[in-house]
Design a binder for this molecule. Structure first.
Ligand SMILES: Nc1ncnc2c1ncn2[C@@H]1O[C@H](COP(=O)(O)OP(=O)(O)OP(=O)(O)O)[C@@H](O)[C@H]1O
Ligand SMILES: N[C@@H](CCO)C(=O)O
Length: 317
């Protein structure tokens, strides 16, 4: 039961890479039916000890020990960054994103936790300071610091990372009528494992192709050229190495492309796939197709989404 002083916070699911922008591009998504696809954190009150209750559809995928939960770790990282002891909190995590899914599940818990602590304790950190703390925490999970899940989950929208810039990332335009079908098959693929197969070096040809395709995509978004933007969604970095981890990707892409779907790619490090659709009708048939041909068990999740304009936020109590 919620007490009067309970505070509720939420952060949305995100898709890293978006095929063309390995580690540099990420988008937050929300279901078109108005439901929430992301983690929720409740601050129930203060107590002598820090505590965390767990609930939600994917609670069974979380580590058994509370101390291993990223929300717990986020609290101590927040306190350490602040440099002074904080009151202990009674927390509840409503875990609605599958773990090791490619939906930015770890980032989502990290983002909602840092956002909540910053709000609760009177905003001691600026937005970019908070984002850096989130990225460091996410790096502790995946083995390297990358912002393409934490940035969109925090800010919402489609975010392009800006290496060496104080701003860290910037929102890009998007086509409002585009729909994205996210399909998580129900099987786990850890980001660390999916990064272990990546090439350590890119050839000059692949480096130019990577920079070229990402530039083409960004330029097409600004030009409002939908066809060119969709055509630029090509992954020259991660997908060739990750295909062996996701053997169904290419046959599914061929089948959906024959149905006119704009693109099918790996969401983050997989195994979730994202299908880019031109409208609601195409998204509905694509969702049905992926649900039949890619979903594997009761943990599977298929959602018809649009870009989430808003990222982490407080919800009405
Ligand atoms: N609250 C939490 N949410 C998600 N994962 C958690 C949480 N607490 C601890 N973990 C651990 O963090 C790791 C998350 O792994 P990983 O980064 O592969 O998942 P993911 O975030 O869903 O993947 P991706 O970033 O590709 O979407 C797992 O080992 C999981 O047990
Ligand atoms: N850019 C990261 C995203 C992880 O979700 C990767 O592909 O490894």
């Amino acid at each position: 039961m919620q007490s009067h002083s309970t505070k509720r916070y939420y952060a949305p699911a995100s898709t890293g890479n978006l095929s063309v922008g390995f580690d540099l591009l990420g988008a937050a998504f929300e279901p078109v039916d108005g439901s929430l696809l992301g983690d929720e954190l409740l601050i129930l009150g203060e107590a002598a000890e820090l505590s965390l209750q767990l609930s939600g559809r994917y609670v069974h995928q979380l580590p058994a020990a509370t101390e291993d939960n990223l929300v717990f770790k986020a609290f101590y990282a927040f306190e350490q960054a602040l440099g002074k002891p904080l009151p202990r909190l009674r927390l509840q995590l409503n875990k609605q994103l599958p773990v090791g899914s490619g939906l930015g599940s770890s980032a989502c818990s990290i983002v909602v936790a840092f956002y909540a602590f910053n709000d609760y304790f009177g905003q001691p950190f600026s937005q970019s300071e908070l984002l850096q703390l989130m990225a460091v925490a996410e790096g502790g999970v995946s083995g390297s610091v990358h912002y393409d899940n934490v940035a969109p989950s925090y800010y919402g929208g489609l975010q392009l990372m800006l290496p060496d810039s104080a701003q860290i990332c910037r929102s890009l335009p998007w086509f409002e009528h585009w729909r994205v079908v996210l399909c998580y098959p129900g099987t786990v693929l850890s980001t660390k494992a999916a990064r272990a197969v990546l090439p350590q070096q890119l050839s000059l040809t692949d480096s130019i192709a990577f920079a070229g395709m990402l530039s083409r995509f960004v330029s097409a978004l600004y030009a409002g050229d939908e066809q060119d933007a969709a055509a630029a969604l090509q992954d020259r970095v991660a997908e060739p190495a990750r295909q062996s981890l996701m053997p169904e990707l290419l046959p599914l892409r061929t089948a959906l492309s024959e149905q006119g779907v704009l693109h099918l790619g790996i969401s983050g490090a997989g195994p979730t796939v994202f299908a880019l659709c031109r409208d609601d009708a195409q998204a509905a048939t694509t969702a049905a197709y992926l649900n039949t041909h890619y979903a594997k068990n009761q943990d599977a999740l298929t959602a018809i989404c649009r870009l989430a304009p808003q990222g982490a936020r407080a919800l009405a109590e």
